[in-house]
Design a protein. Sequence first.
Length: 151
Amino acid sequence: MRVKVTVVAILSFCLIASFSFAQERGSAKEAKALLDKAVALIKAEGEKAYPKLQDKNGPFVVKDLYVYVATMDNATVKVHPHAPGMVGKSWLTLKDANGKAFVKELVDGAAKSGKGSVDYSWSDPKTKKVEAKSAYYERVGNVVAVSGYYK
């Protein structure tokens, strides 16, 4: 009986843990809503919005979602709440795990269409595995705001 209770307890814990992990993942819809909220803030406040977007404990970091901002001319990072050391560095030549220059693609897309999405492969900090990821982007003046999610 004791073994049966232990097995049930372990299985229950695993189920709860996997459910919790799933809940930590942001959806495509949530990523788009977060981007829309950030774009509205940048339009209203300009660069004064950056500290709010940079705050990793603020309202622009939800589950595993966040917004980063880069310049349109050379993809110089202006905001990245999980990589503050990247602020001021160009990501124009940054490539994904398969060699795709996804940042250049999204900057070019923002220059051409104003907004869109890009698919790429990126290492998930939680699983430590390269996984499929998509990012929504939107141009706001001379910057592009980006919010990505794992598929």
